[in-house]
Design a protein around this ligand. Structure first.
Ligand SMILES: [Cu+2]
Length: 152
C-alpha cells in the first residue's frame, strides 16, 4: 500500500515536470511570421529604393521585427513615412510589431524598407533576411520592379 502510494507520487511528479517542460517558453520560439507580396521599387540605381511587403503573424503572440538585411542593399532600414510640418518625410523605426493573428502592411505612404545604395536589377529577385526579437529569422524573396507596374 505504501509502495503503491510512493509510485503514484513518483508518477505525479514526473508528469508535473513534463508539464513544466512543455509549458516553458522555448529558447527560440517557432517562427509564426510569413512574408508575402514583397518587392523593391527601383527608381534609379543612384537613388535609395523602397521595399514593401505584407507580414502575417499566425501565432498568438505579437511578433517584433527588429531589422532586415539583404545583399541587394548597401544598407536596409525599417522606415515609416510621416507628415512633418505639412511635408512628406520619413523616420527610421527601431522595430515594428505584427499583431497576433494579424497582418502588418509595408506599403507606399507608410512602413517601408529603405534600401540605401541599392544593388538591385529590375526583374531579378533578391533574398532578404528579416530579423525578429528573440533571435528568429525569416527569409523572404523580394521581386524588383521599376517605376512602371509589371505587365499583367
Ligand atoms: Cu525611407
Amino acid at each position: 500500500m505504501q509502495f503503491v502510494a510512493r509510485q503514484r507520487l513518483a508518477l505525479a511528479s514526473f508528469l508535473f515536470i513534463q508539464a513544466l517542460l512543455l509549458s516553458a517558453p522555448c529558447a527560440r520560439a517557432a517562427v509564426t511570421l510569413s512574408v508575402s507580396r514583397a518587392y523593391f521599387r527601383l527608381i534609379l540605381p543612384s537613388l535609395p529604393a523602397a521595399g514593401y511587403m505584407t507580414l502575417t503573424n499566425r501565432g498568438v503572440q505579437p511578433v517584433i521585427v527588429t531589422g532586415i538585411s539583404t545583399s541587394g542593399c548597401g544598407m536596409a532600414m525599417l522606415h515609416k513615412s510621416v507628415m512633418k510640418n505639412g511635408m512628406d518625410s520619413m523616420v527610421a523605426v527601431p522595430a515594428v510589431s505584427v499583431p497576433p493573428r494579424g497582418t502588418l502592411q509595408f506599403a507606399p505612404g507608410g512602413y517601408h524598407v529603405m534600401c540605401v545604395h541599392p544593388r538591385l536589377v529590375v526583374g531579378h529577385d533578391v533574398l532578404a533576411t528579416i530579423n525578429l526579437q528573440g533571435g528568429g529569422r525569416v527569409t523572404a524573396r523580394f521581386a524588383v520592379i521599376g517605376t512602371h507596374p509589371p505587365h499583367p
